[in-house]
Design a protein around this ligand. Structure first.
Ligand code: KG4
Ligand code: ZN
Length: 365
């Protein structure tokens, strides 16, 4: 079996940094021939990710996920020219599974192996297209990564990223997840809160936008605490705040979630997104931003997408929002980052490369 028209090198990507087992196949143009993500549901009863469960599940899921990716791409494993896997950061046991699989496959096929930093994957993901060839990556851009583990701004030049700002405490996605958990929503709760906030009026329950002095750093723990406190206040006023998901709909005990809670969540989301806008606008005024690429799981947030697009238009900045399918953790972004390294003439790792649970961007190779 061979994919018709797929240009070499074909890249096989593997991503197992947290609880999603992902495998993808890209062609030389950065066209995603297949991107399979299997989310582990074994954690759900625990309201978070359990590291031991995660690594075991990766091992169990891998055969199905990788076979499916090759089948969808219409290629054989032997057709693969480059292999890439996430090196870190993430859960060490989970990373080890993907990294070992990647290295073994590359070794067996006698192909180059690329160990990719998870954030490098997110950073370049806005240039992927859903079905077409990837867009050309600009020589210089500002990358905003908003996920469950990171909220950070990077200056990217010639493929190298340097950190401009990062969160001092919680990441934006994490903040959403914690507030959602308090309401009884399943993990990860970010998407549910986003949906609920669409039905609220932020002006009826405004939250303050956090600042970290004159720096561009982020902070989400104050917003989280404020939201938790205000949920308690609603409860004291006799408003139902316990929510559950039934057949894809969020319900309170008495039916629809109450309007004051929706307003609270809208205000919360407005302040969370407002903080991002505050930082990118101050960065633009300070040193200038010509192009902004936005990625990460929380970049799926509806308000974030609307507001950043509006801002970009208003001030004349080019904004690349990651396609929704590649916002959450996936292996296409890992394969893509490796392909970009290959295009720059890098040859991958010859010797040992170790998984690293904590690793700053720029040290993955
Ligand atoms: O990038 P990702 O899949 O994993 C990490 O690297 O962290 O991001 C997952 C995070 C979770 O915290 C999830 O709740 C959040 O992204 N998220 C959202 C939305 N969709 C996913 N947060 C806010 N609004 C959303 N629509
Ligand atoms: Zn991620």
């Amino acid at each position: 079996m061979s994919h018709v028209g797929a240009k070499a090198p074909l890249v096989l990507g593997i991503e197992t940094s947290c609880d999603d087992t992902a495998c993808a196949v890209l062609d030389a143009d950065g066209r995603v021939l297949a991107s399979v993500v299997s989310s582990q549901i074994a954690h759900r009863p625990y309201g978070g990710v359990v590291p031991e469960i995660a690594s075991r599940e990766h091992l169990r899921n891998w055969p199905t996920v990788s076979e499916r990716a090759l089948e969808v791409a219409g290629v054989d494993l032997g057709d693969v020219d480059l292999v890439a896997a996430t090196r870190g950061p993430g859960l060490i046991g989970s990373l080890l599974v993907g990294l070992s699989l990647g290295r073994s496959i590359a070794y067996a096929l006698e192909r180059p192996f690329f160990a990719v930093h998870h954030l490098e994957g997110h950073l370049f993901s806005p240039f992927l297209a859903e079905t077409e060839a990837a867009a050309e990556v600009p020589e210089r851009f500002v990358g905003l990564v908003v996920s469950g583990g990171h909220t950070a701004l990077f200056d990217v030049a010639a493929g190298d990223a340097s950190t401009l700002a990062q969160t001092r405490d919680d990441a934006m996605g994490e903040c959403f997840d914690k507030v959602a958990k308090r309401l009884g929503l399943p993990f990860p709760g970010g998407p549910w809160l986003d949906r609920l906030a669409e039905g609220g009026d932020a002006s009826r329950h405004p939250f303050r936008i956090a600042r970290c002095g004159d720096t561009l750093d982020f902070s989400y723990s104050g917003l989280k605490t404020q939201a938790l406190t205000e949920i308690e206040t609603l409860e004291r006023d006799g408003i139902e705040t316990a929510l559950r998901v039934e057949e894809g709909r969020v319900l309170a005990t008495e039916g629809e979630p109450p309007q004051p809670l929706l307003d609270l969540l809208a205000g919360f989301r407005q302040a969370a997104v407002g903080q991002l806008l505050d930082r990118v606008e101050r960065l633009r005024r300070g040193r200038g931003v010509e192009r902004l690429a936005v990625s990460g799981g929380a970049a799926a947030n509806r308000l974030l997408r609307r507001e950043l697009e509006g801002w970009a238009k208003g001030v004349g900045v080019a904004v690349d929002l990651v396609p929704l399918v590649y916002s959450g953790d996936n292996a296409a972004m890992i394969a893509w980052a490796a392909l970009l390294r290959h295009r720059r003439g890098e040859t991958g790792h010859d010797g040992e490369v170790e998984a690293a649970s904590r690793i700053p961007l720029g040290t993955a190779t």
